[in-house]
Design a protein around this ligand. Structure first.
Ligand SMILES: [Zn+2]
Length: 125
């Protein structure tokens, strides 16, 4: 299934996002240096860049707390320790979809299993 191949672990996704933020922030500050002739523009670029870098730090701290809450499991596919967030997540190393819910085992992998609405619809059955 093509969908499973592109799915990566949530923690990895957030980490990538934080990394992009850092680079975007640095790029913005660099743009600030390039536009130093126009003072107000330089200040805007610098403030935006700084905000992005600060925000990425916040995201990194958030990842830290998230991975504390995440359940450590050993991936059945590659035998490496990984961490799970929510009812379904993917292995950080081999992207093997993992589930905490026995009912979902063997079913097609889907992000919707993490949604509250899905859990509700399951209860009604
Ligand atoms: Zn794995």
């Amino acid at each position: 299934m093509a969908q499973q191949l592109v799915y990566s672990s949530k923690i990895n996704k957030i980490r990538t996002f934080a990394l992009i933020l850092v680079f975007a922030g640095i790029l913005l500050m660099y743009a600030g240096i390039l536009t130093k002739n126009i003072e107000w523009l330089m200040v805007i670029f610098f403030i935006l860049g700084l905000l992005m870098v600060v925000f990425s730090c916040v995201v990194y701290v958030w990842i830290g707390t998230l991975s504390l809450k995440a359940v450590p499991v050993v991936c059945p596919n590659c035998d490496k320790p990984t961490k799970m967030l929510g009812r379904v997540d993917a292995c950080m190393h081999c992207k093997q979809p993992l589930t905490m819910d026995k009912n979902l085992e063997g079913e097609a992998f889907d992000e919707k299993y993490n949604k509250r609405s899905y859990a509700k619809s399951q209860k009604k059955r």
